[in-house]
Design a protein around this ligand. Structure first.
Ligand SMILES: [Zn+2]
Length: 283
């Protein structure tokens, strides 16, 4: 275990509503974690007048702080959460203008990736709650647009969507093909154990690190990522898994031999390097 790297593929840090980058990274590290992939939080969690650009710049700043002040290696993902579109529409902004604002945000995300400040576009996607047909149509157009942007700079996307099974994975795989991006660079964040190719159509599932989901996933293979979706919000401490969960779960499953060292290497290093095009060999 000592020399096995551990990656949390979707973990948030929030110094405004929670403990912030350094504290979360230190907790993660003390539990045996090494790599954090950190998507920006939605604008409204930062401030009423926070812009998309600011939200993205914030997460890049947090990632720098972690890399400078701790031994954890952090990487930023930048995107516009689908709930941002719903909020813009609720505020009375026209569908057309709201869509344009989201497109601008995604374009800015691509720019940050091309500048090397972030490793992918996300989280993007469509809501886990019911929306009108008109709104859903825009979400789907934005997913395709984000994928086209990702294809241009050959980066990954992280999808936030409704609970997804074979039908949804197949739909997103078709969108990836249409956009020209590689299917395996489309990460389904907060995924269940859809490990088999016939279940995920070549997309990369990022499994929520509960014991049940990970054990279920390992029965079918090791071609997946692991995450907590930790929110770092003091008001919702138990909303999702804590920041120590991925290293602890990995250690526990290695100890009881549910997970082999080869599996752990594939999940935490190989898959991460391949999806994001990063090199973890020097860590
Ligand atoms: Zn998230």
């Amino acid at each position: 275990m000592e020399n096995i790297l551990v990656t949390d593929n979707h973990i948030h840090v929030d110094p405004i509503n929670g403990e912030g980058p350094i504290e979360v990274a230190k907790k993660f590290q003390r539990a045996g974690g090494n790599v954090m992939i950190i998507p920006n939080k939605p604008t409204w969690t930062i401030g009423v007048s926070c812009s998309f650009q600011e939200a993205m710049e914030q997460v890049i700043k947090y990632v720098d702080k972690i890399n400078i002040n701790t031994d954890v290696n952090a990487f930023a993902m930048v995107g516009a959460h689908p709930a941002e579109l719903s909020r813009l529409i609720k505020e009375g902004i026209s569908l057309k203008n709201a869509e344009d604002m989201m497109r601008d945000a995604l374009h800015n995300a691509q720019k940050l990736v091309s500048e090397g400040k972030a490793i992918g576009i996300g989280e993007i996607g469509r809501p886990h709650y019911e929306v009108s047909t008109e709104e859903l149509e825009i979400h789907n157009k934005l997913i395709l647009y984000a994928m086209e942007l990702a294809a241009e700079v050959e980066c990954a996307v992280q999808l936030h969507t409704e609970t997804s099974g074979e039908k949804q994975f197949s739909e997103f795989a078709k969108m990836a093909d249409e956009s020209g991006m590689d299917r395996y660079k489309v990460v389904k964040h907060f995924s269940g154990p859809s490990i088999l190719e016939e279940e995920n159509h070549g997309l990369k599932p990022s499994l929520i690190a509960t014991r049940k989901v990970i054990i279920e996933g390992l029965k079918k293979g090791n071609d997946f990522l692991m995450e907590t979706d930790y929110l770092d919000m003091n008001s919702r401490p138990g909303a999702v898994l804590g920041p120590k969960t991925v290293p602890r779960r990995t250690r526990e499953l290695l100890r009881n031999e549910t997970l082999t060292e080869e599996d752990a290497y594939k999940i935490h290093v190989e898959n991460v390097e391949k999806v994001y095009g990063i090199d973890l060999s020097n860590l």
